[in-house]
Design a protein around this ligand. Structure first.
Ligand SMILES: [Zn+2]
Length: 327
């Protein structure tokens, strides 16, 4: 029986009915705020392409984390900007590194806030690549197997400092197994691994590279991050990470890859995250600042679309702004 008996508009006739019929919800507890921690005291260095976001010294970071807890966010994910960079990313796995110190400070000052740490080398290498670059390589040829040891050491140092979840974002083959083995050997059997399982070589990371000071000095990341044209390959990457012991998986970026999120949701029964990246944030913010989009509605619609595609949680620079719109 179709029209006139069937009238889908009946279920849209008032906000009360629409609310009852709504299929997808976004809650603050599903949102993770990325934060950038830098050396110094009292530092708040604004990021030009990401209005409202800044590199924060540890004292200011702790204050920001208190606010995140008050807002009921699902957690924060930390990116460190070290004092010195070198060829071997030594700042990434130093027990006294910027991220390790930040974790300890947050854990001491803020109770019950989930801390995820990004595990990678690109903020810590002088050349900005995510691993060891072979001598003389000008196209960013990263030595996969030599990089695994750095990642494992970094993950262990984060867990030892108190990180609740470690999240490798480097896209080296075999990194999840290397990290899992190292965590277990160090006694961190309860620390979950959230793998950036399907991370694409995306133009939408542009503003982040200013934020994390991690732009590659030569070449690009296409020998390790995924080709944006590939969806089937994403399923292979995710399956391999799960075999290696990943507890949760992530797709990055989010809005240009909603099909990948949907496919992952249907195939894999583990918590699935999506990263609404800096470029997604900056595009919406710039359009809103020009009066071309309504900011609140754009935030809500973009986050809802990512949830509708199948993501359980979202890493987003809108996390704080969104809490007054959702739930
Ligand atoms: Zn990296």
């Amino acid at each position: 029986m179709a029209f006139p008996v069937q009238r889908p508009r009946r279920l849209r006739s008032s906000e009360l009915i629409r609310r009852l019929a709504r299929e997808t919800h976004v809650y603050p507890s599903q949102l993770i705020l990325p934060l950038f921690v830098c050396p110094g005291e009292g530092v708040r260095k604004e990021i030009g392409a990401m209005p409202g976001h800044a590199q924060l010294s540890i004292d200011n970071l702790v204050r920001e984390c208190e606010e995140c807890k008050t807002l009921g966010l699902g957690g924060v994910i930390l990116f460190g900007i070290p004092e010195h960079k070198d060829e071997f990313a030594s700042g990434a796995y130093s027990n006294d590194g910027i991220t390790q110190r930040a974790i300890r400070a947050i854990k001491q000052e803020v109770s019950d806030l989930l801390i995820i740490t990004d595990v990678c080398n690109c903020e810590y290498t002088s050349h900005g690549h995510c691993g060891l670059v072979k001598g003389g390589s000008v196209d960013g040829e990263v030595d996969n197997d030599a990089t695994l040891g750095w990642l494992a050491k970094t993950a262990v140092s984060h867990a030892t400092a108190g990180a609740d979840i470690v999240a490798p974002s480097d896209m080296m083959d075999g990194r999840v197994a290397a990290i899992r083995n190292a965590l277990d050997a160090a006694g961190h059997i309860k620390t979950p691994v959230l793998s950036y399982a399907a991370k694409y070589a995306s133009v939408f990371y542009g503003p982040f590279r200013e934020a994390a000071e991690s732009a590659p000095q030569f070449g690009d990341r296409r020998t390790y991050q995924m080709d944006p044209a590939n969806g089937r390959e994403a399923m292979r990457e995710i399956a391999l990470d799960l075999e290696e012991g990943a507890d949760m998986i992530m797709v990055k970026p989010a809005m240009p890859y909603l099909d990948v999120i949907r496919e992952a949701r249907e195939r894999f029964n583990v918590p699935l995250g999506a990263y609404q990246v800096s470029g997604e944030f900056s595009m919406i913010t710039a359009a809103a600042n020009n009066g071309w989009l309504d900011l609140d509605r754009a935030i809500l619609e973009s986050l809802t679309s990512i949830r509708r595609a199948g993501a359980d949680f979202i890493l987003t620079y809108f996390a704080k702004l969104a809490t007054r719109l959702v739930g």
